[in-house]
Design a protein around this ligand. Structure first.
Ligand code: CP
Ligand code: NVA
Length: 308
């Protein structure tokens, strides 16, 4: 059966662990798997800007023996001129998988509906599940485990990273805390889905409006830009609203003394995080960015096997 990866809880806890284990093995032996040898092509489509996702998918597909076909929506028929469903009908006869960075989650669902090849979410307004595989791999490398750890995300609780932390962290059995202004709280349905997953895994979900309360005693502190792609017109309001959610040394001091700091990048130093934190000894951002490569290779290798 064709599997898609549109949101973090599309993977069961066991599947998430298997992919992280495989990513670890691929990191240790980079060219050990060649499932795309032929070479087969993987389409990677961008409606929004990207550095890490573009590079890590292109390099990872090549590492797996395949070839990436990078498409910009603006210079394709997707978008105004052709529906995601019609685009999928064309691509699925020629490529092994479709990776898409877009705005609406509904577009990804339409792309995946009935598609004969896997569709992978490379970031939507609601979720960034490939980034979370890299983040979990990084946390596991640094802490030796995931289940039972407390991760605090502070800032825009409604953004793709916060919502993916809820679902992926719950799947991993983590205690996920979100510290965000009430008007930027995560979507209630996503919180419910994360709570249901946490009930299976022994994790938990906490949503608070106080950043210090979210971070207190945490093993992992995470933030993201206050102005996600597509929200640029709201920048002034967001900078004002998120001002007290900046990750600085004083906030980090609320976490455990061995807590690590993650940020998916790109970062706005001086806004959501101070330079002495993101460039300091607790920050693991460069390992996190590298782990996009290993995690996505493992995801691709695994998802292509599911087709039978
Ligand atoms: N973290 C991340 O997805 O980065 P890019 O926008 O550069 O792909
Ligand atoms: N929340 C950010 C993530 C960038 C990788 C955005 O959507 O712009």
């Amino acid at each position: 059966m064709t599997r898609h990866f549109l949101r973090d809880d599309d993977l069961s806890p066991a599947e998430q662990t298997a992919i992280l284990d495989r990513a670890e093995a691929l990191k240790a032996d980079r060219w050990s798997e060649r499932p795309l040898a032929g070479p087969q092509t993987v389409a990677v489509i961008f409606d929004k800007s990207s550095t890490r996702t573009r590079v890590s998918f292109a390099v990872g597909i090549a590492d797996l023996g395949g070839q990436p076909l990078i498409l910009e929506t603006a210079s394709s028929q997707l978008g105004g001129k052709e529906t995601p469903g019609d685009t999928a009908r064309v691509l699925e006869r020629q490529v092994a998988a479709i990776v898409w960075r877009t705005y609406a989650q509904a577009g990804l669902e339409e792309m995946a509906h009935g598609a004969m090849v896997p569709v992978i979410n490379a970031l939507s307004d609601d979720f960034h599940p490939c980034q979370l595989l890299a983040d979990l791999l990084t946390i596991r490398e640094k802490k030796g485990t995931l289940a039972g750890l407390t991760v605090a995300f502070v800032g825009d609780g409604r953004c793709n990273m916060a919502q993916s932390y809820l679902l992926a962290g719950a799947t991993a059995g983590m205690h996920v805390r979100i510290g965000a202004p009430a008007e930027f709280a995560p979507d209630a349905e996503v919180v419910r889905d994360a709570q249901a997953r946490a009930a299976e895994t022994g994790g938990s979900i906490t949503v608070v409006t106080d950043a210090a309360e979210a971070v207190r005693g945490a093993d992992v502190v995470v933030t993201d830009t206050w102005v996600s792609m597509g929200k640029e017109s709201e920048k002034a309001y967001r900078v004002e609203t998120f001002g007290s959610y900046k990750v600085d040394q004083a906030l980090m001091d609320q976490s455990k003394s061995d807590a690590i700091f993650l940020h998916c990048l790109p970062a706005d130093r001086g806004y959501e995080v101070e330079a002495d934190v993101i460039d300091g000894p607790r920050s693991v951002i460069w390992d996190e960015a590298e782990n996009r490569l290993h995690a996505q290779k493992a995801l691709l290798a695994w998802i292509l096997e599911q087709e039978g």
